[in-house]
Write a protein that binds this ligand. Sequence first.
Ligand code: RIB
Length: 306
Amino acid sequence: MSTPIVVIGSLNYDLVACAPRIPVVGETLVGERFFEEPGGKGANQAYAAARLGGRVRMLGRVGDDIYGRRMRDNLAQAGCEVSGLLAIPQCTSGIALIFVAETGANSIVIVPGANDRFLPGDIARQEPELAGAGVALLQLENPLPTVEAAARAARRAGARVVLDPAPAQPLPDSLLEQVDVLTPNETEAAILDGRPPSRLAPEDAAPIARRLRQRGARAVVVKLGEQGCLLLEDGAPELLAAPAVQAVDTTAAGDVFNAALAVGLSEGLDLAAACRFANRAAALSVTRYGAQACAPERLEVESFHR
Ligand code: RIB
């Protein structure tokens, strides 16, 4: 029997333009495709975890608008419990403007809207909704004090706290000390380590992961894209390879990874096994467009590259 997963995080409505490449400053490009869909790192993680069979509850804030209603309905249809997802009157929902290049790479601008109105006092009021959770999934698209309050509340409830430090920003040790599994991608790991954003070789990821553990995170999983992930717990760092795929859209690959990681942990897998499951789910997700539409079903992941 799995334990419940609580996602405390963001929801954005994604407006996506696919073009040959990401435009440079001042450039106008002709795109090949446009689509819109519910997104946001928190909601993507909740949606993907539910598709993978997790028992998911989402806490967050949307605007009192059509986007907010669509985002809520989409999560509910996937089987998420959404009573902790509240609409703020006279506030717009979070919006993300996304460019996807032919290589599958993306760039994103978010306008947080209601996500910025999710405050630490709200976490205190909603703390009873964390009771019984086995895993809490957090990201950084809500105010940082809210994320820290959520991590502390999740800990008090006995949940394992998985923090996706995205979008990247420097983090205080007081937050890292509340984290059981920290899951930066390469650029986020570099920024957390006080470096300029850059892609990392696995041999560079290991010392950064060590420093993040010294600062308080109990385990660090550096997501290395097509190279898989680097896991550091108590022992030596372990590089866990991802299946090779042809990527069309990498949007939300990190969210699918975290969702699958949480589902694995909620079912009692150890961290390395949960990372392997997450590698497969994330690899499948980049073969499809979208942030939630790309989330694979459980059976697909189980039968993929075993
Ligand atoms: O991680 C992908 C997500 O980042 C998108 O869905 C977008 O909304 C931004 O939050």
